[in-house]
Design a protein around this ligand. Structure first.
Ligand SMILES: Nc1nc2c(ncn2[C@@H]2O[C@H](COP(=O)(O)OP(=O)(O)OP(=O)(O)O)[C@@H](O)[C@H]2O)c(=O)[nH]1
Ligand SMILES: [Mg+2]
Length: 389
């Protein structure tokens, strides 16, 4: 099953433009075309700079990247847009698309453009984030309260299990009622199955994607880089003010934040790779923001990549962080997991220094690992297995 990142944001924040940049797809943009909730879905390759050099050594028939799936849905804030006083949380249709997402990419607009209306008429990404959060929180509150009704009835029998459940649900209800995210509740591992059943939107790992104007892209990246490095940053002006505010929030939450110019990126995505790279360089940008969004999204999903390399195929594989060698083997084939004997492991960096497996063996850079080995990002693995008769 593909792991999915849901792209959400206010109407006209640039979600579909970002989606197109990410997926090099051509979904129609512009206009509030959101009365029926449709979603764009695409699987994208996760950029990985290790595959290229490996392919140069092995000259394989095939090079295969890992993938993640992005879902782009209509803008939230429809209640506001329709001028409704009562806020009811999100529609069932909309929810269907994002409830199952494994993480959220929240698009916040900081670009100004008189031709692109904003539902609140002004540019203020932090306010937009509060508005989106309020809607997500309200939706979660509805889910939790529905479950509380059910559990309260069951708990009347005096069953300890339901009493515990009720306690946990109430702690979520309280936090949500304070307009805080469900992720702020400290979750006891034993309660995880209950929470998994609720699909709370504000528990999902999230990243903020600031959709900035082309002019501000360079300074936005600089600012974010400074903040990441822990440097002191003073008050900001103009477009950077909102960018700074969101970055501070992200920092406090431990969430990731990336700045992109969705429109520029969508345009670049249509160029041949070489031209796009040249253009990027001329703008003084090291890499596509879209690639950063994919990589950060992949990290949010708590995934790591291990590699297999040979003349047939050089390939990146996805496993959950903490997975042991047999589980990783199972990603390739269930027989390899079943008949697992051991894993031969070389670090990518070590391998690149010597350039071949025999040389890695000679230098003692190839290790033999057993069933308990926890696979690391960047391991090149060869599995030994025997399925018998
Ligand atoms: N100037 C500027 N305009 C942008 C940028 N990104 C998107 N736009 C414009 O904003 C408008 C809306 O973009 P969409 O990608 O359709 O926005 P959306 O969030 O998918 O909108 P809905 O699906 O209606 O909620 C389009 O006219 C885009 O060209 C940007 O980075 N800079
Ligand atoms: Mg759209």
């Amino acid at each position: 099953m593909a792991l999915t990142i849901g792209i959400i944001g206010l109407p006209q924040s640039g979600k579909t433009t970002l989606f197109n940049a990410l997926t090099k797809a051509n979904a129609p943009i512009g206009g509030y075309a959101t009365s029926t909730v449709q979603a764009n879905i695409a699987v994208v390759q996760v950029p990985d700079t290790r595959l290229g050099p490996l392919a140069e050594i092995f000259n394989p028939k095939k090079t295969t990247y890992t993938t993640v799936e992005f879902v782009d849905v209509a803008g939230m804030g429809q209640n506001v847009q329709a001028g409704k006083e009562k806020r009811e949380g999100l529609s069932a249709e909309f929810l269907g698309h994002i409830r199952n997402a494994d993480a959220l990419a929240i698009v916040l607009r900081t670009f100004g453009n008189d031709n692109v209306p904003h539902i609140y008429n002004t540019i203020d990404p932090e306010r937009d984030l509060d508005s989106l959060n309020a809607e997500l929180i309200l939706t979660d509150l509805t889910s939790v309260e529905r479950r509380i009704d059910r559990t309260a009835k069951a708990a009347k029998s005096g069953d300890k299990k339901y009493q515990r459940e009720l306690e946990v649900l109430r702690s979520y209800q309280n936090v949500l009622n304070e307009l805080k995210l469900a992720s702020e509740v400290e979750l006891d591992a034993q309660d995880r199955p209950l929470l998994n059943e609720l699909f709370l939107l504000t528990m999902k790992p999230r990243m903020y994607v600031l959709n900035v104007s082309e002019d501000a892209l360079g300074s936005a990246n600089e600012l974010l880089e400074k903040m990441r490095s822990g440097a002191q940053v003073g008050p900001q002006e103009g477009e950077l003010k909102g960018i700074f505010a969101v970055a501070q929030r992200a920092k406090a939450e431990g969430a990731e934040v990336v700045a992109v110019s969705a429109r520029l990126e969508a345009e670049l995505a249509e160029l041949p790779e070489e031209d796009a790279n040249e253009y990027l360089e001329s703008l003084g940008l090291p890499e596509l923001g879209a690639d950063r969004v994919i990589q950060v999204g992949y990290r949010l999903l708590n995934l790591i990549t291990f590699l297999t390399a040979g003349e047939d195929e050089v390939r990146a594989w996805t496993v959950t962080k903490g997975a042991k060698a047999p589980e990783a083997a199972g990603k390739i084939h269930s027989d390899i997991e079943r008949g697992f004997i051991r894993a031969e492991v070389t670090r990518f960096e070590d391998f690149m220094e010597v350039g071949s497996f025999p040389a890695a063996v000679k230098k003692g850079l190839l290790r033999l690992e057993g069933k308990e080995y926890v696979v690391q990002d960047g391991d090149i693995v060869h599995f030994r297995f025997n399925v018998g008769k």
